[in-house]
Design a binder for this molecule. Structure first.
Ligand code: HEC
Ligand SMILES: [Cu+2]
Length: 508
């Protein structure tokens, strides 16, 4: 081999090397870009979860399940698979609708306006992050791995391989679910963090002994953590089976002396006499006293000094006077939760916060985003529901004058965003009737009857679909309903409990 040949081979080899590196580089860039896009969706869904815990959970629930999570929550369920659509066309319109709903709120409902440009507190990026939390996609395009799977599914379907296509679509759905669920998990974690109560020593507040379902006295490791009457506490983490909400009736008294008291004074002036009870022993310094009378208005307590073998002493202003017991008297099963036994060590949380009842968006002032002002309430017919039935929300849709009865044992109820197109139904006693709901809107809806007990989400509810799930836009569902007693029963949509509303008259 002569020198020039050697040189040529060398050049050839170098050239190959350069090409190989070039190809590798381009490929690597692609993979990195895809991974970055994937991570972007996830990171934004997680940011969305944090924003949700800070701004939205008061109405939409710690887990984002709204009224499905607790009947007291007015917000719609947002943590649903039906919002994580794999249909690219649907994603575009869904993204738009969710973003606009968050930005503008919904006139005539409790859903507030969030867009900064509308006087709200969230910027566009933050609102996009909330949408990412709900859809599992960043913007109106799916992450690359999902796009790839969907393209493969299309090829498989075109080739007539339906089974493979379905499988690939399920895989794509699983990726969106996972991204969205990361965000929802973050929301729940942050909710727990925000609601955790710690005492002055930095210890987390817990039950100090087991409680039965009917115990109204809870012993805590420390009850001197600023609890006040009427406050709600949660026993066990929100979102976990068995968590219960209780209302504080009486927390142990704790305050400081408003003035110096001598050993002979039996009236103690306090900063606040709330929470003190007659018959309880309180402690100031090393002295114990028996509370005889409480004057909450004057912020004084009348005591018997130096009990339990202690001696009456002088106490300077600012001395801590407290009921050293760590017992809290509560009302069990508040906020429509079930009283249940709980074991010692169960964490005690603050909350939930009670959702506001108004004002409704756009009711006073200019409606946001140029939305029309809420329609003046059309005059519907007045029905007198059976005793104990839930109260019709202020802004619920009017009740139609036209009564719909079953045709061949079936009643069809078309639904739009957000109303039942038939909401004055009449059914016979004791006979099964099929109710078919047809969702002509885009938002998910269902139909739930409160039942004779007048409470939502209890054992005597009947729902369409029967499990109480939501029917995505464009789909329908049916269930057979039977009423064993006459009466007028309320129904509503779980996702839109404040506006989608109707009555079923049974018998007569
Ligand atoms: C004061 C209570 C309240 C707060 C706070 C609230 N919402 Fe809502 N939201 C509602 C109610 C009520 C609805 C149902 C409106 C209806 O019936 O159309 C709703 C509906 C929605 C919908 C539309 C669901 C659909 O498809 O119909 C979205 C999206 C939404 N809220 C997102 C949010 C986000 C994100 C936040 C926090 C930034 C938030 N909401 C805070 C009450 C609230
Ligand atoms: Cu609905």
């Amino acid at each position: 081999m002569n020198t020039s040949k050697q040189v040529n081979v060398m050049i050839g080899l170098l050239f190959l090397l350069v090409i190989t590196f070039g190809i590798y580089f381009v490929w690597d860039q692609n993979v990195r870009a895809e991974r970055a896009e994937e991570q972007q969706a996830e990171e934004n869904a997680i940011r969305g979860g944090k924003l949700f815990a800070l701004n939205c959970r008061i109405c939409h629930g710690d887990q984002g399940l709204g009224s499905q999570e607790n009947p007291n929550l007015p917000g719609a369920a947002l943590n649903l698979e039906s919002y994580r659509t794999i249909d690219p066309g649907q994603l575009t319109s869904l993204h738009q609708r969710l973003f606009e709903t968050i930005r503008c709120g919904r006139v005539g409902t409790l859903m507030p306006t969030w867009g900064e440009d509308q006087g709200g507190t969230l910027n566009n990026t933050q609102m996009q992050q909330l949408v990412a939390l709900i859809t599992g996609a960043w913007g109106d395009e799916h992450p690359p791995s999902v796009r790839k799977l969907l393209a493969q599914a299309q090829v498989a379907r075109a080739a007539g391989d339906e089974a493979t296509a379905t499988e690939l679509e399920a895989e794509a759905q699983a990726i969106l679910n996972e991204i969205s669920e990361k965000g929802w998990e973050t929301a729940l974690e942050l909710a727990h963090e925000q609601d955790t109560i710690v005492n002055a020593a930095g210890e987390v507040v817990r039950l100090a002994r087991d409680v039965d379902a009917d115990d109204t006295n809870l012993l805590l490791n420390d009850a001197h953590v600023g609890l006040s009457a009427d406050q709600l506490l949660r026993l066990g983490p929100s979102g976990e089976e068995g968590s219960e909400v209780v209302r504080v009736v009486q927390a142990p008294g704790s305050s400081t002396l408003a003035r110096r008291v001598g050993p002979g004074d039996d009236t103690l002036p306090l900063e606040s006499a709330a929470n003190f009870r007659p018959g309880v022993i309180v402690q100031a310094g090393s002295e114990r006293m028996l509370v005889i009378r409480v004057d909450a208005a004057a912020n004084t307590i009348i005591v018997m000094r130096g009990v339990d073998g202690t001696r009456a002493q002088e106490h300077p202003r600012g001395t801590l006077v407290q009921d050293p017991s760590n017992e809290v008297v509560v009302e069990r099963g508040a906020f429509d939760t079930q009283p249940r036994p709980h074991s010692a060590g169960t964490q005690v949380f603050n909350g939930p916060q009670i959702p506001p009842e108004g004002p409704l968006t756009g009711e006073s002032g200019t409606p946001p985003c140029g939305q029309r002002p809420p329609a003046p309430q059309e005059q519907g017919v007045q029905l007198t529901p059976s005793p104990g039935q839930p109260e019709r929300p202020r802004n619920a849709q009017p009740i139609q004058a036209t009564v719909t009865e079953p045709q061949n044992g079936v009643i069809e109820v078309p639904m739009q965003d957000n109303r039942f197109l038939r909401n004055n139904l009449k059914l016979p006693v004791g006979q099964p009737v099929t109710i078919r709901i047809v969702n002509q809107g885009q938002a998910p809806h269902n139909l739930r009857v409160a039942g004779p007990d007048g409470a939502w989400n209890t054992g005597d509810d009947q729902a369409v679909p029967s499990g109480g799930g939501l029917v995505p836009g464009g789909q329908q569902a049916e269930a057979s309903l039977t009423f064993q007693q006459p009466g007028i029963f309320a129904f509503r949509c779980d996702a839109h409990p404040n506006d989608m509303w109707g009555y079923i008259t049974v018998g007569q």
